[in-house]
Design a protein around this ligand. Structure first.
Ligand code: ZN
Length: 400
C-alpha cells in the first residue's frame, strides 16, 4: 500500500469509527444536542456536525424540537430513528415457532406463535416461511423496510450459520441461512438459541446491568449462553455452552447426543414431562400444553406435581453449581419455558445452590428471565439490527 492509499484508508476507517461512535452516543443518550455529543465523544464540533448530517441523510437519526438550555439559544435535539427499519427475530423451539417483528430499538410491533408436535424439517420450514411472510406483511412503511432475519435454533451452529446438529429436532447439517437468504434476499443470521437468549437478556432483559452472565435456557433441552466481560462468548468455532450435555450422572440415562447421564435428561422440561408420565399423571399429548397442565395441577395443590417441580429445581441447581465453579459469574439467569415454573422450582434450586463453594455465592445474583420465552427471538432480532447498522455505515462510507 503506498502512503497516499494508506492515508485514505486510515481516514476511511477513522470516519467509520467516529460515525458509529456518534450514532451509539445518540442511541444511548437521546435526546441529545450536537454540543453534548462533542463533549461526550471528545470529537470536535465540526466533525460531529458533519457526521450528524450524514446520519440524518441516512434516515438513522432526526432532529426534534429544542431541548433544555442554560441560557441563550436552545439547541436542537437529536433522536435515534428507531422506525427507520424493522427486524425479524424467530425462535425455533422443539415444539413451537415464535416470531417477532421489532423496530431498531427492539420494541416488538408484531408477534406470532405456532405450536406443533414432531414435524419433519420440511414441514417446519413451511411454517417458518408462513411466519416470516406474516411478519414482513405486517411491517409499517419505513425507509429501509425489513433489515434482516435472525433465527435461533436449539442446536449447534457453526460460524457460517450451518446447523450442524439439533438433536431434539432430529436435524443434522442444515443450511437454513442459504435457504432463507435465497428466498427473501435479506441478510440472515442463524444462532444457537441459548446464545441468542443470553444476548436478548443482556440487551433488553434482566441482564442489562451485568457483564458476566450465565444464561441457562431450559426448555425441552438445556443450552447455556455466556456473556463474559460484556460480550457474547461463543468459543473457538461457535460451539460453547453445550452444557445441557455435561455429565451429571455416571452411567445415567442414554442421551440422543451419544453420551450418558446428560444434565438436560434430569433438569429440562422434557425431564419433567417424562417423570410426570412415569408417575401416571395424565397429560395432554401435545407437549406444548403438558407443562401448563402440570403448573395448573401444582396450583391446585397436587402434591405429586409439586414434588416433580422440586426435583427439577434441585437438578437445575446441580448443573448450575458446576457452571458457577467454572465461570464465577455475577448473574445466573434461568430462562426459556422452565422460567414459567419459578414459583415451584425456586426453593429447591436455591437449597442446592447454597451447597456451592461459599465464596462463589458472594455477589452472585440468581434471576428468572422476565422476557421468558421472548429472549431468543429478541436476541436474534438484535443481532440483525447491529449487523444492519454496521453494514449501513460501512457501505455508505465506502460510497463517499
Ligand atoms: Zn447429551
Amino acid at each position: 500500500m503506498n502512503m497516499n492509499l494508506k492515508q485514505t484508508w486510515n481516514q476511511h476507517v477513522v470516519k467509520k469509527e467516529n460515525k458509529s461512535l456518534v450514532l451509539d452516543t445518540i442511541k444511548k443518550s437521546a435526546p441529545i444536542s450536537r454540543a453534548t455529543i462533542a463533549t461526550e465523544t471528545g470529537l470536535n464540533k465540526g466533525t460531529v456536525s458533519s457526521l450528524v448530517s450524514d446520519l440524518i441523510n441516512d434516515h438513522l437519526i432526526y432532529e426534534s424540537g429544542p431541548g433544555e438550555s442554560s441560557g441563550g439559544r436552545r439547541p436542537v435535539m437529536l433522536l435515534f430513528n428507531e422506525e427507520a427499519g424493522y427486524s425479524i427475530g424467530i425462535d425455533i423451539g422443539v415444539n413451537y415457532l415464535l416470531g417477532v417483528l421489532t423496530d431498531l430499538n427492539g420494541n416488538i410491533h408484531q408477534e406470532k406463535i405456532i405450536t406443533f408436535n414432531h414435524l419433519s424439517y420440511e414441514k417446519i420450514e413451511q411454517k417458518l416461511f408462513e411466519v416470516i411472510d406474516f411478519l414482513i406483511n405486517s411491517a409499517p412503511k419505513s425507509p429501509y423496510g425489513i433489515i434482516g432475519i435472525g433465527v435461533g435454533v436449539p442446536g449447534t451452529v457453526d460460524k457460517n450459520g450451518n446447523i450442524l446438529l439439533a438433536p431434539n429436532l432430529d436435524w443434522k447439517n442444515i443450511n437454513l441461512k442459504a435457504t432463507l437468504e435465497s428466498k427473501y434476499n435479506l441478510p440472515t443470521i442463524i444462532e444457537n438459541e441459548a446464545n441468542a437468549g443470553a444476548y436478548g437478556e443482556k440487551k433488553f432483559g434482566i441482564g442489562k446491568e451485568f457483564t458476566n452472565i450465565v444464561y441457562v435456557s431450559a426448555g425441552i433441552g438445556i443450552g447455556v449462553g455466556l456473556i463474559l466481560n460484556g460480550s457474547l462468548y461463543k468459543g473457538n468455532q461457535g460451539f460453547s455452552g453445550e452444557l445441557g450435555h455435561m455429565t451429571i450422572e455416571v452411567d445415567g440415562k442414554k442421551c440422543r447426543c451419544g453420551n450418558e447421564g446428560c444434565w438436560e435428561l434430569y433438569a429440562s422440561e422434557q425431564a419433567l414431562i417424562h417423570k410426570a408420565e412415569q408417575s401416571g399423571i395424565p397429560l395432554p399429548t401435545n407437549g406444548e400444553y403438558a407443562l401448563n397442565n402440570l403448573l395448573m395441577l401444582a396450583e391446585n395443590g397436587n402434591e405429586e406435581a409439586i414434588k416433580l417441580f422440586e426435583e427439577i429445581g434441585d437438578y437445575l441447581g446441580v448443573g448450575i453449581n458446576n457452571i458457577i465453579n467454572i465461570f464465577n459469574p455475577q448473574q445466573v439467569i434461568i430462562g426459556n419455558r422452565i422460567a414459567t415454573s419459578q414459583k415451584w422450582i425456586e426453593k429447591s434450586l436455591h437449597q442446592r445452590l447454597n451447597q456451592a463453594l461459599w465464596f462463589q455465592r458472594n455477589d452472585l445474583q440468581v434471576n428468572f428471565s422476565e422476557l421468558s420465552t421472548l429472549s431468543t427471538a429478541l436476541g436474534v432480532a438484535a443481532f440483525s439490527i447491529e449487523n444492519f447498522l454496521n453494514m449501513n455505515i460501512q457501505q455508505r462510507n465506502a460510497a463517499l
